[in-house]
Design a binder for this molecule. Structure first.
Ligand SMILES: [Fe+2]
Ligand SMILES: [Fe+2]
Length: 318
């Protein structure tokens, strides 16, 4: 049936559906990775990086390695979401997913810009090797494995679209990659390179203040709050209304946790202490599972999801 033959509804859209509410929020909070992160801020990032007295190439590699992971991750999720757009039937859901694909593309664009305008110019000026963001040295095995499995879970929907496989797809994509991995990574980054934010790390590593990077990441984190909320809603629906066994969800999430720990610990400088971040990630995962499996638990409204809390409560949707 094509949309024009659909007589089951009078108005085209359902403003009361959560997906339409999320879409509206996405349009309202639109941002431009070039215009909304001004040149002057990136200029300050370059200056602050060059002013670091004790900066070493090893520290610089840890920083640009993490940026390479984020950039590659955003590109991967931009590509991998399409199967879901093809299988969702409801127009409100489709509209939301189209906004999400567009946003992932913007996130990819921001990291591409940052590499061109900050990472490479600073490396050149310091006399370090200029390395491409696509260089394989940045990507640990666990990271590659996690994204391969996510791509496979999404593509499976094209040939075998069952409620279980949808639950698995949302678990890989929205809950593990976006919620646990990306939100943990972005939290670590703003904590390390932000100004005046609570620091998750207990080491005394001195880090430059990078206002341009933090500004871009704040916009991204806010978008991610909405994406994660959508995935959580869908998985709850699959468990509580479509009969998907919650063990499918728990097993999928738990099986991916080791890959997350490996990724979170990658590209850390030697003195850095990765433990708080790994704990943060696994703690977040168990709180997600609680909200998903408890039929009475509530996912916060979209205005809450996109808010950036203070650094102690950084991740939208908790
Ligand atoms: Fe993203
Ligand atoms: Fe996302």
């Amino acid at each position: 049936m094509t949309q024009v033959e659909d007589t089951s509804r009078e108005m085209r859209l359902d403003p009361d559906s959560f997906a339409q509410g999320y879409f509206k929020n996405a349009v309202y909070r639109h941002w431009d990775p070039y215009e909304d992160v001004p040149q002057e801020l990136l200029e300050r990032d370059r200056e602050n990086l060059l002013a670091q007295e004790e900066e070493s190439e090893e520290n610089y590699d840890a920083m640009r390695g993490s940026i390479a992971l984020f950039g590659a991750g955003e590109e991967a999720v931009t590509e991998d979401l399409m199967p879901l757009a093809l299988v969702l039937e409801d127009i409100n859901d489709q509209m939301f997913i189209s906004s999400q694909i567009y946003e992932e593309a913007k996130h990819t664009q921001f990291f591409d810009r940052y590499w061109r305008e900050v990472v490479n110019p600073v490396a050149e000026e310091r006399g370090y090797e200029v390395v491409a963001p696509t260089d394989q040295r940045w990507f640990p095995e666990g990271y590659v494995d996690l994204f391969d499995r996510t791509e496979a879970a999404m593509e499976r929907l094209l040939t075998d679209d069952t409620p279980e496989n949808r639950a698995k797809a949302y678990c890989h994509y929205h809950l593990v990659v976006e919620s646990v991995l990306a939100q943990t990574g972005y939290y670590g980054f703003t904590s390390r390179f932000g100004e005046g934010e609570a620091d998750v790390y207990e080491d005394d590593l001195e880090s430059p203040h990078l206002p341009g990077l933090v500004e871009g990441i704040n916009y991204i984190r806010s978008d991610e709050g909405r994406h994660v909320g959508f995935g959580m809603q869908k998985v709850r629906e699959l468990i509580h209304e479509r009969g998907v066994d919650e063990a499918v969800v728990q097993d999928t999430l738990q099986s991916l946790l080791p890959l997350i720990s490996e990724t979170v610990q990658a590209n850390q400088v030697e003195e850095a202490d990765p433990v708080p971040l790994v704990e943060y990630a696994s703690d977040k995962l168990s709180r997600r599972i609680d909200i998903l499996t408890d039929a009475d638990a509530e996912i916060p409204g979209v205005d809450e999801l996109v808010k950036l809390e203070d650094a102690d409560q950084p991740a939208a949707g908790d």
